[in-house]
Design a protein around this ligand. Structure first.
Ligand code: AN7
Length: 369
């Protein structure tokens, strides 16, 4: 029963498990867990760092570019890293219900991990602005899904009040365990490269992830696991860019609905990260986001969601500033399957539909007859 809060037979399977044990067990010495913490896991983390030579070629100067493909987590986004921690600690505290506001991915992760931990999840989402796959997940994992006539910021304000007044635990990134879990992505990047990259390019919504990565890079350096710290390059969608303009955005609009956030919860933290890392925040247009989205899928075979492509769009926008021979990591925060509508609407490729069940007709369409 060392590893598992569950039945003895489950503990047996868990201890015999030879694969990746999930990020809490992998990095437990760096995380606020004890023997008393029941670990609620879907074996998240250990996502690949994939070279993207066609992106590097657009920059030139022997730059090496990788993507950290966090869309390969169990629910398809980086949110699983934070949620395994937040839900494990909620279970340790004896909580029965959790709540979050979400542009979609947090709700999917909260729903999945709450289910796994035997808790109820309540999720508030902006009505009409959550990608189809994310909504499907929250429903099937069994969350109570409440779609509000308002944007993410309205939902977030409501859940903070609800968590203050009712017996539900907040699992948005104000919950400190969320960022603790998410910092492990930085550990994995350093473990894969042998050191921190020169630049870390990352999309920003509430700016929890950029804060978590920075914490991870700093802790790993303090432990002697890396020699240097990266410049943190944060990117927002131009129609939803409060951290770039320095002003609240009252009516955020972007195709990248995951980062359609006008009043980021981690605003001060993000500014501190930018200063400490000598990084930069910049805006990228929806057109630039979608061009990077199509580039990754069509030239590299990597399908991410639009918000994630903001990291690559941002790198390409700032390419003249990349130092010669630099190593750059772009974080791909979510899987492309989350948002099939955006993919179909923004592809320059089209299916041949309604084609006759006929050999020569198909061969002709293939350009071979
Ligand atoms: C794919 O799910 O805020 O800067 O409610 O889903 O840490 O907020 C999602 C954010 C980037 C931004 N990429 O991360 C939510 C939510 C994807 C995302 C972000 C989100 P933060």
């Amino acid at each position: 029963m060392v590893f598992s809060p569950f039945a003895p037979d489950f503990a047996l399977t868990a201890t015999q498990h030879q694969g990746w044990p999930g990020l809490i067990r992998q990095y437990r010495q760096f995380l606020p867990v004890t023997e008393a913490t029941p670990i609620v896991t879907l074996h998240e983390g250990n996502t690949p760092l994939i070279p993207v030579p066609t992106v590097a070629a657009e920059i030139g100067r022997k730059v090496q570019v990788y993507v950290k493909y966090d869309g390969l987590n169990p629910t398809g986004s980086f949110k699983d890293r934070g949620m395994t921690m937040a839900i494990s600690k909620a279970k340790e505290a004896g909580d029965h219900a959790v709540i979050c506001a979400s542009t979609g991915n947090t709700s999917a992760a909260a729903a999945a991990y709450a289910c796994r931990g035997g808790m109820k999840a309540y999720v508030l989402i902006p009505d009409g602005y959550v990608a189809l796959g994310k909504l499907a997940q929250a429903l099937l994992y069994g969350a109570e899904v409440i779609a509000i006539r308002g944007n993410f910021d309205d939902c977030f304000s409501l859940v903070r009040q609800l968590a203050d007044h009712y017996p539900v635990t907040l699992v948005n990134s104000l919950n400190p365990y969320r960022l603790q879990g998410q910092k492990t992505a930085a550990f994995e990047v350093v473990d894969a490269l042998g050191d921190a990259p020169d630049w870390l390019c990352i999309p920003m919504g509430n700016a929890g992830n950029i804060s978590a990565y920075w914490m991870g890079f700093c802790e790993y350096q303090e432990q002697g696991k890396s020699q240097r710290l990266p410049k943190m390059m944060g990117f927002q969608a131009a129609g939803s860019a409060p951290l770039v303009t320095g002003e609240l955005c009252r009516d955020p609009q972007t195709v990248a609905t995951a980062i359609r956030i006008g009043n980021p919860a981690n605003w001060e933290k993000a500014i501190a990260v930018r200063e400490a890392s000598q990084g930069q925040f910049n805006a990228v247009s929806d057109g630039e986001i979608l061009a990077a989205y199509r580039h990754l899928a069509g030239k590299e075979g990597i399908f991410c969601e639009p918000a994630s492509a903001a990291s690559v769009a941002g790198l390409l926008k700032c390419k003249d500033q990349v130092p010669d021979g630099a190593t750059v990591v772009c974080v791909l925060t979510g899987n492309g399957l989350k948002d099939p509508d955006s993919a179909i609407a923004n592809s320059d490729n089209q299916a041949h539909t309604g084609v006759a069940n006929h050999l020569e007709t198909v061969a002709h369409l293939m350009g071979m007859a």
